[in-house]
Design a protein around this ligand. Structure first.
Ligand SMILES: Nc1nc2c(c(=O)[nH]1)N[C@H]1C(S)=C(S)[C@@H](COP(=O)(O)O)O[C@H]1N2
Ligand SMILES: [Mo]
Length: 198
């Protein structure tokens, strides 16, 4: 018999309930990705206005590593607690390719047309991480291998799995779910679920 969930209910954001497992949730099928041609591209309204930076898998893996222990909150109202993500801190990537001073927004894009928009300050938050591993194991394809963005204080849809590009923007460019009625910011603790709340 498995033990009952004894999590402190105060640690649950408003409107969320517990789910003990992280079920894969995605729009469309899991993509096939080839690491030999894979890259993470950072561009858009960059600080020097120049060419986008492109990191190969080897270059990404040579960067300093970060570990973030966090809960996952899906806007469909389940929360899975205490996941250990490891990878490269978003701040490390930002330092390599900083945005223009007046670029306050970011569009993060993934395989198969998925994207999300986030505020630059959310990407720059100390616990934002481009994760390669979950609970000490490489990501499985379903959970976003080789790379997914994890933003612990935002709803799960803000963190693309199979992430491939980060584009700084001077004005908001809505992503996949933001174009379909979801909130431009998506803060879990403010319960920013839907666009009509904006
Ligand atoms: N590329 C991509 N990333 C995505 C999604 C998606 O459909 N495609 N779904 C998002 C949503 S709504 C959630 S809750 C989480 C789910 O992560 P999991 O599949 O690892 O549980 O991934 C997010 N990232
Ligand atoms: Mo979600």
């Amino acid at each position: 018999m498995s033990p009952p969930e004894l999590a402190d209910p105060r640690s649950l954001p408003p409107g969320q309930r517990l789910s003990s497992v992280l079920r894969p949730v995605n729009y469309g099928r899991v993509p096939h990705i080839d690491l030999t041609t894979w890259s993470l591209r950072i561009g858009g309204d960059t600080h020097d206005g120049g060419e986008a930076l492109s990191l190969s898998w080897a270059e990404l893996m040579s960067l300093p590593r970060a570990v973030v222990r966090a809960d996952h909150h899906c806007v469909s109202r389940y929360t899975t607690q205490d996941l250990e993500w490891s990878g490269v801190a978003a701040r490390t990537i930002i330092e390599l390719a900083p945005p223009a001073d007046d670029a306050q927004h970011v569009l993060v894009s993934a395989a198969r047309g998925y994207s999300s928009c986030i505020r630059f300050e959310d990407l720059a938050s100390p616990r934002a991480v481009f994760a390669t591993h979950l609970n000490g194991e490489p990501l499985t394809p379903e959970h976003g291998w080789p790379l997914r963005l994890v933003l612990p204080h935002l709803y799960g849809w803000k963190g693309p799995k199979w992430v491939g590009a980060v584009d700084y923007r001077r004005s908001v460019e809505r992503g996949f779910w933001e174009q379909r009625g979801y909130h431009v910011t998506g803060d879990v603790w403010r319960e920013e679920r839907y666009a009509y709340q904006e």
